[in-house]
Design a protein around this ligand. Structure first.
Ligand code: HEM
Ligand code: HEM
Length: 208
């Protein structure tokens, strides 16, 4: 029985869905796929490091280069198909426009100041503050960049134009790496905040 049927006319407050089913399902599929992409990506990196450090074996996935590539190319399909569903529905349903826009520099500054002084309110979970809008839009863009740069280094012959657009194979590798770093940076803050505001986590699981 729906909340509306139970409470009669007073249905607005009780049946208010913060995150519809498609957002929650695609969000959690993406969370798992991204963790696999990061873990396997770090193992791929270790086979031929771009910088003077390697990722500890304990936090990489795949065991060795070939194993990691298998994980990377398997989770890639999950991440890309799931991402296309999320972005398409986000655009078609108007969710992105309603929830993530507009982002004004003055609002971002004001909310950043409030956040740093612990005065940023979280009472209304259905409304994102300017920092959330900025971070969520930013990570969606990073997702698009990491997929395109990934395709550019995966099939540099078949997608020559794309690889050229990224400044060639070597440069595309750096773009891919820094997009990963940005996503990992987002994730650290994102998960910490989700744990600090548990009701936001509940809303991403149950919808309310
Ligand atoms: C369509 C999606 C993707 C494709 C086609 C793709 C493809 C690739 C390929 C071919 C490599 C090997 C590059 C080399 O030989 O050096 C690679 C490396 C890597 N990928 Fe991805 N990738 C994708 C998404 C992601 C995502 C979502 C992440 C993490 C959030 C990620 C993280 C990494 C990392 C850290 C490396 C190692 C960087 C390096 O040393 O070059 N990738 N990826
Ligand atoms: C694995 C641990 C993760 C946890 C615990 C988590 C938790 C959450 C929670 C609680 C929300 C709703 C927060 C709010 O009200 O602001 C949320 C939203 C969101 N998360 Fe995550 N998340 C995780 C992974 C990720 C990853 C890997 C990404 C992308 C790379 C991501 C991107 C987003 C985006 C874009 C939203 C806004 C969705 C929308 O409203 O359409 N999350 N997450």
């Amino acid at each position: 029985m729906s909340a509306e049927a139970i409470v009669g006319g007073n249905s607005v407050a009780t049946s208010k869905v913060i995150h519809p089913g498609w957002v929650r399902i695609t969000h959690w599929i993406n969370a798992i796929a991204i963790l696999v992409m990061i873990g396997s990506g770090w193992q791929i990196y270790n086979a031929s490091p771009l910088f003077k450090f390697e990722f500890s074996k304990q936090i990489t996935l795949g065991g060795w280069l070939a194993g990691a590539l298998l994980w990377h190319f398997a989770a890639m399909w999950v991440m890309v198909i799931n991402g296309i569903v999320y972005v398409t529905l986000g655009l078609l349903t108007g969710r992105f426009r309603r929830k993530l826009l507009p982002i004004t520099p003055s609002q971002v500054l004001a909310d950043a100041k409030a956040a740093l002084t612990f005065k940023l309110a979280h009472d209304d979970l259905s409304h994102y503050n300017a920092l959330q809008k900025l971070l969520y839009s930013g990570v969606i863009l990073c997702g698009i960049v990491i997929v395109l740069s990934g395709i550019a280094i995966w099939k540099p012959v078949q997608f020559q134009e794309l690889t050229t657009l990224f400044g060639g194979y070597d440069f595309a590798r750096y773009v891919h790496f820094f997009a990963m770093a940005a996503i990992v940076g987002f994730l650290v803050v994102h998960v910490a905040l989700a744990l600090l505001v548990p009701k936001s986590l509940r809303a991403m699981v149950t919808g309310k």
